[in-house]
Design a protein around this ligand. Structure first.
Ligand code: FAD
Length: 408
């Protein structure tokens, strides 16, 4: 239990630390990786380089500090981050290491302004915040491990089938190497893949949404190859998976995780919107919906650059032929001549509110969306402008957990 004095110090210093947030978290990661290079095997280096991880950490710590008297208020965020931590293999013993380096970074950046009283208050507050994460994550580890077919940490899976879905997206059908049971999952959840790339000194862990409906004797992930361009290096794991991993190869997977899941208790119409590779959790939800809730109206909206980058198009169109409750709409940013000749799309350019109002028959619906950041921002803005209540809007962001506030 924190004293009123400590709470007062925390609350009065949050704004100061917020101003220096990026400098502190940048310094924190430098110190952390110098002293504990083994943690480079867990954290995403690309997110570090682009500052996304720093922002996510700063947001999470400050949100927690602001609600230090009532951490229940931020439980959904703690759980969302907890899912990611559990899938990465972050354990209770990592928290003191993070705490020690975070305090050292605060001291380093703020200098004399960081008095002993302030540092002491933050040390106590960090302890309370860390305990909240540790207890949520302990429960998640237990659940992941004890469910039928479950496991903790990473398990070997064999690539049974590799299927090209578009010019940039490839699906991998994965079965347990031990031939044991597969843990169940909710449509919308993801797994973490730990890649041991021969040319790399560290392992790299990335999340991939399960792109098929639950209930199959395999997990399927669908990976977009992140090409390099100019100063932007090629994506490490996506390129390795797409180019070097084939049928018969073994990958290390975490048990399914994530809180972006389809509410199957809901019977109202549902609208699934995706941009690019953001379609993966949507395909899992779509297949589940037509199989398990055939009376539920589904609108599936997908934005791609053009037809050659549009994955799983034929699959959705075939599904709609057999399920009249499903309608689909394609929006191409830059259609090719071939797309035009074939009338392969419904809208050219970007998804906007007036088009959504034309294709969604009933505004009162549950909305799920996923895609690149500009797509997410545009959809979020459009739905809010239309007056869709916040509780009907659900999304997944393919970046560090805790950084979502940046677009809401
Ligand atoms: P990284 O090496 O991690 O690089 C990522 C990007 O950063 C690249 O575009 C790279 O060019 C850029 N970059 C790297 N270093 C720098 C630098 N120094 N300066 C500027 N730019 C840089 N992806 C899918 O394909 N399918 C999915 O179903 C999917 N589901 C996901 C679900 C969740 C919950 C999350 C969080 C992510 C998901 N992702 C998915 C994204 C996936 O986890 C990876 O982020 C993605 O595959 C890129 O990883 P990478 O190792 O190839 O690229």
């Amino acid at each position: 239990m924190l004293s009123q004095k400590t709470i007062q110090v925390i609350k009065s210093t949050v704004p100061v630390l917020e101003v220096h947030g990026t400098a502190i978290t940048k310094r924190f990661y430098e110190m952390l990786f110098t002293k504990h290079p083994e943690l480079l095997n867990i954290f995403n280096h690309a997110n570090q380089k682009q500052g996304r991880q720093q922002t996510a950490l700063a947001n999470a710590v400050y949100a927690a500090a602001l609600h230090i008297e009532n951490l229940e208020a931020i439980l959904p965020v703690v759980k969302q981050i907890g899912h990611k931590h559990r899938s990465l293999g972050i354990k209770a013993e990592h928290y003191p290491i993070v705490g020690e380096n975070l305090l050292a970074a605060i001291k380093d950046v703020l200098g004399d302004a960081a008095t002993d009283e302030i540092i002491q208050a933050w040390a106590e507050a960090y302890g309370v915040i860390a305990d909240a994460f540790i207890s949520v994550e302990a429960e998640m580890y237990e659940q992941a491990c004890e469910q039928p077919g479950g496991w903790s940490d990473f398990r070997e899976f064999v690539v049974q089938r590799k299927v090209v879905e578009s010019d940039v997206i490839t699906s991998f059908y994965l079965v347990p190497a031990d031939k044991g049971l597969l843990a169940a999952y909710e449509p919308g959840q993801y797994v973490s893949v730990k890649a041991d790339i021969p040319s790399e000194s560290n392992t790299h862990i990335r999340q991939y949404s399960l792109s098929d409906a639950p209930g199959n004797p395999y997990y399927r992930i669908s990976v977009k190859r992140e090409e390099g361009m100019g100063d932007k290096p090629a994506g490490k794991v996506s390129v390795y998976l797409s180019e070097c991993i084939g049928e018969g190869d073994v990958l290390l997977l975490s048990a399914p995780a994530g809180d972006f899941t389809l509410n199957q208790e809901d019977s109202r119409p549902v609208v699934l919107l995706s941009g690019g590779v953001g379609l993966t959790p949507m395909i899992s939800m779509l297949t589940t919906l037509v199989n398990s809730q055939p009376a539920r109206t589904v609108t599936f909206i997908h934005a791609a650059q053009n037809g050659s980058l549009h994955a799983m198009k034929a699959y959705v169109e075939e599904l709609a032929r057999n399920h009249p409750q499903l309608s689909y709409y394609w929006c191409y940013e830059k259609p090719t001549d071939r797309d035009r000749e074939q009338h392969a799309f419904h809208k050219e350019g970007y998804v906007d509110l007036s088009w959504l109002q034309q294709v969604i028959s009933k505004k009162e619906a549950s909305y799920y969306f996923c895609g690149p950041l500009p797509f997410m921002k545009a959809i979020n803005r459009a739905l809010k402008e239309w007056g869709v209540p916040a509780e009907d809007i659900h999304y997944e962001f393919f970046g560090p957990a805790g950084s979502l506030e940046s677009f809401s």
